[in-house]
Design a protein. Sequence first.
Length: 356
Amino acid sequence: MKSFSPIARWRAILAGAALAGLALAACTCAKKSPLPSAADLGPFAEDRQMMGSPAQIQAVGVGEREARAAIAAGFAAMQELEKHAHPDWEDSDIYRLNAAAGGGPLAMHDEVFDMMRVAADVSALTHGGFDITFAGVGKLWHIQDPQNFRVPSDDEIKQAMVNVGWRGLELDPEKKTARLARPGMRVGLGAVGKGWAAQLGLEAMKKAGVTNAIVNAGGKMAIGGTKLGQPWRVGIQHPRKPRDASIAVLEIRGDQAVITSGDYERFVMHDGVRYNHILDARTGRPTDPCQSVTTIGPHAGVANALSAAVFILGPDEGLAMLAAHYPDYAALIVDAQGRIRMSPNLAAKAKVVEIE
């Protein structure tokens, strides 16, 4: 029998261990899990109630654990904004600002200040038709309470209009402070807030590593990326048909917001007249030059304000305002007669794949 020196024996043992390790590695590789299937990459979705409306976040392109974490981050960002901007919560910036109307300037949360600045800019460009201080007269109209609805008298509207006027909102960009010039004035961010929340939700998801998603805050959508390489399809509600009946369908690729304002969302029929929740702050009354306006552009909060502004101005003036001051935004309008009007630049933002 051949004998081995101690050194030779150790070399043989090590060689055997190495071979065993290679065999184990080969075995492990052979049993490695296959690449994730399309079903493993979503979509994953969650629904919650936020800002008085249902909200949903969808994520695709990642595993469920990563998707759920990003969705939680998106909702957290939206809740943080609501905490600072809700007009009825006593700790919010907007509640404090309205309560202090006529007093000194107050420090604002950055996002709340930015929302007010955008709304003030749109107020100026619509000559006060869209007005961030509309709440001074809006409180007269109980559109969301049909049983107690009544049409305010001309005198009531005239008295309330004293408290409306966007120039009375004084903003200091350096100090991030805001002030309402007269007692009785009120700021309302209803025409900006849900879109802004959706935008913040999408940005939070991106920071969490998810770039393909839809954040829908009460119908105000911030869209990111694609749906597993395919465009996102977004239906535009038909303003005179039951819920989920579309008047048009858009295909969206890349980061875009899709925001719709319509007279069908919140309205009351009274003595044969449709009173919707969109007020022209120049008259203090609901306005009806459109049935719906959908805006498409890079920021959901800005698009939210613009959809209401175009609705108030009407198709001709509204489209002209977008072209002159917001060329990165496009609109699809259903006018008062139910006809569809589109911005010339709509095709650069979205593909209209179906239209009634």
